[in-house]
Design a protein around this ligand. Structure first.
Ligand code: ZN
Length: 307
């Protein structure tokens, strides 16, 4: 009986310790605020303990060249839209009109954009979720898409390839990236969790590197990087980075979590590959080397006057 009471007491203590379904990043954990940090996300959702989780570290020498990873076709990415930007307590998220779509890029069908959000670090350290050969970038953009025939994300997540996320890395630049002004300026109005404001007109294209620089990317199958961690995501990570100045990056650190603490280090640590293969597109590198080869051959043959 005593043992039973002890067990019950222990169980109730554990229940108080962390609320089921609740989750947080490591930076939110303190003695006063004990929450489910990434290594306990499986308490929030058992899928977070799955075998095909994201993010991962990409070891480039172990990637496999896949000729099917042709350039993407971006449709309506140039379209200017008036969206809302929200501090959802975990990140900054912008809803996107579903008319922007992607196809090609080795995808089996057309996917439509749903939302985008970001993951970042702190004033002293980087904060991308994926890493390339162990390198973590200052910030990472996720543009979330679902197969075109679905109308909501929860239905798409029931399909193993229902969701396609495009991931872009940021790199610190000396000058400000003016194309990001609408986003950066809006952050001031949404510092508190659940803060919401209308975004000045933007297009998805203006937030990304030029389309011709998007032919080099990595592909693997993984999951959402926040609970429920659903394994329904076709991941694309682009090699070309987006420049942002330190001041622009710093603007994100002024946002606040639900508990009022600075919203920093909003990334999940990398997860085991568990035998998954990461593929790479070959377009840019192959094209460049072919062009160089042709030029070298032409000059060797004394054909340069033909140009
Ligand atoms: Zn994300």
């Amino acid at each position: 009986m005593q043992q039973l009471l002890f067990t019950l007491a222990l169980l109730s203590f554990l229940a108080l310790d962390t609320e089921a379904g609740d989750w947080c990043y490591q930076s939110q954990f303190s003695c006063d605020h004990q929450c489910n940090t990434p290594n306990k996300w499986d308490h929030a959702n058992s899928d977070c303990d799955g075998r095909y989780q994201s993010p991962i570290n990409v070891v480039t020498r172990k990637t496999l060249l896949d000729e099917r990873l042709t350039p993407f076709k971006f449709t309506n990415y140039q379209q200017i839209f008036r969206g809302f930007i929200k501090n959802n307590g975990h990140s900054v998220q912008v809803g996107v009109p579903h008319l922007s779509t992607i196809s090609g890029g080795g995808l089996s069908t057309t996917y439509k954009a749903v939302q985008f959000h970001l993951h970042w670090g702190n004033s002293k350290g980087p904060g991308s979720e994926h890493t390339i050969d162990g390198e973590q970038y200052p910030m990472e953009l996720h543009i979330v898409h679902m197969k075109h025939h679905y109308t909501d994300l929860s239905t798409a997540l029931a399909d193993q390839e229902g969701v396609a996320v495009l991931g872009f890395f940021y790199e610190k630049s000396n000058s400000a990236n003016r194309k990001y002004d609408p986003i950066i300026t809006s952050l001031r109005s949404i510092k508190a969790a659940n803060g919401n404001t209308s975004l000045p007109p933007v297009s998805l294209a203006q937030l990304l590197p030029p389309e011709q620089n998007l032919t080099s990317f990595y592909r693997y199958k993984g999951s959402l990087t926040t609970p429920g961690c659903t394994e329904a995501v076709v991941w694309t990570l682009f090699e070309n980075t987006i420049p942002l100045s330190s001041d622009q990056l710093r603007a994100f650190f002024d946002l606040k979590f639900h508990d009022g603490k600075p919203m920093v280090d909003t990334f999940r640590p990398v997860q085991p590959l568990n035998g998954r293969q990461v593929f790479r597109s070959g377009a840019t590198v192959a094209l460049t080397s072919t062009a160089l080869l042709v030029a070298a051959l032409a000059s060797a043959l004394g054909l340069s006057q033909l140009n």
